[in-house]
Design a binder for this molecule. Structure first.
Ligand code: DX5
Ligand code: ZN
Length: 231
């Protein structure tokens, strides 16, 4: 079960972990994009899209497997935007992720889904769309290692941050304290160097950044800037 100790361990002394999203990597040279991070990334975020739950197609289990093979020590943060979530678990669990996040809106049985991920020895995350209340994950918070708060409507990189979603982060942080739990709160969508301090201040432990990182000629420098902006 996620607890405060596990949270500390995952954060490794960082104020906020930074997870570049490979959705914005060079589609013809993902390894080249990863090299440009110069080891600055805390996690690598991999988006899975089914063209049904979200209006786009992206990454399957093969890339997770290939990343695991090439980077045995990397923290692979896999975000499944596919429905029904239940149908995608086995193939992704077998690919070697560190963490698997599944949308509560895409699973009929989120409790069973999280349990299955945990039983496989993988960290389990529950994800929320911008229009979904935080309360939807309340019944499973005790078993979640992470709650992913979408700050754009899922489907594409490079969209604008929806500031109202910060309220959900504050709510989840307060509830975590109240219950003595240790889930990581991760924000995903529209994160950049400018808004990172506010996101961290609201209580995020991890932030995904795609376009802000890979859209620049020096992605490693963007991460360093983001990190130093947090104080
Ligand atoms: C959106 C994805 C995000 C996306 C973030 O559906 O879940 O992970 O890659 O990209 P940016 O940082 O460009 O908004
Ligand atoms: Zn994502």
């Amino acid at each position: 079960m996620a607890g405060p100790l596990q949270l500390e361990e995952l954060k490794r002394g960082r104020r906020m972990l930074i997870a570049p999203s490979l959705l914005s990597a060079d589609a013809l040279d993902v390894a080249g994009s990863i090299e440009k991070l110069e080891g600055e990334a805390d996690w690598l975020h991999i988006d899975v899209m089914d063209g049904h739950f979200v209006p786009n197609l992206a990454y399957g289990p093969a890339i997770v497997k290939a990343l695991r093979k090439r980077y045995p020590e990397a923290f692979l943060d896999v975000h499944i935007m596919a429905e029904p979530a239940e149908d995608f678990l086995d193939m992704f669990l077998a690919a070697g992720p560190s963490l698997l996040s599944v949308h509560v809106e895409a699973a009929k049985h989120i409790h069973r889904v999280l349990q299955k991920i945990k039983d496989a020895g993988v960290l389990a995350g529950a994800a929320l769309n911008p229009g979904t209340p935080a309360a939807l994950v309340y019944p499973v918070l005790h078993m979640a290692d992470l709650v992913l708060v979408m700050s754009v409507n899922p489907g594409y990189g490079g969209q604008s941050f929806i500031p109202e979603t910060l309220g959900k982060v504050r709510e989840l942080r307060a509830r975590r304290e109240e219950l003595g739990l240790g889930y990581v709160i991760e924000m995903d969508g529209g994160v950049n160097v400018k808004n990172a301090p506010e996101i961290c201040e609201a209580g995020c432990d991890a932030a995904v950044a795609g376009n802000a990182v890979f859209g620049q000629p020096d992605p490693a420098e963007v991460i360093r800037k983001m990190r130093s902006s947090l104080g």
